[in-house]
Design a protein around this ligand. Sequence first.
Ligand code: FES
Ligand code: FES
Length: 200
Amino acid sequence: MITLTVNGRTHALDVAPGVPLLTVLRNDLGLNGPKYGCGLGECGACSVLVGGVLARACTLPVGGVAGRAVTTLEGLGTRDALHPVQQAFIECQAAQCGYCLNGMIVATVALLARVPRPSDEQARAALAHQLCRCGAHLEILQAVQRAAQLMDAAAYRGIAQRATADRSDDRPELRPDAGQHDRSEALPSPPQAEPSAART
Ligand code: FES
Ligand code: FES
């Protein structure tokens, strides 16, 4: 019996410890965000976060993550409240077939946790081993920068709300929505996709 915590929920699973985490996520827990690509740790389609660190679920024995926090694509946001990285990928239309998207999004979440404002070079390096066969690379890199903007704005709103939470009851002018400038309104539009020579 393996105890596994996935997306904040703890499961007791009757599986052998050597079974790949990806198999358990997809077959036992019905989490199909992580994709089966190569099955060899090469493509990144199966990426998940283990304790906030990027990991390849296809080559990771489930016994190795027992008791640790696993986060899949499903644990990032909801349909009504997308994670900023998910929002950015949609805004930038950063996909064609979409098969690599799980890995790209999860890897971007891991990158922005370490480097909140990555350069293009840092983004390229972080995603270098997440393979996309379609040629959506330019849009994906644009989505990383847009995600950094959105997360920056979300962090700003969180700070503003925490700073005023204790005082807003008796001072309406200090409520987060009263006189606070919402930086998301000032954000530039998502970058327009340039014609990609890679898409031929
Ligand atoms: S399916 Fe896991 S790295 Fe390719
Ligand atoms: S969008 Fe098809 S593999 Fe990346």
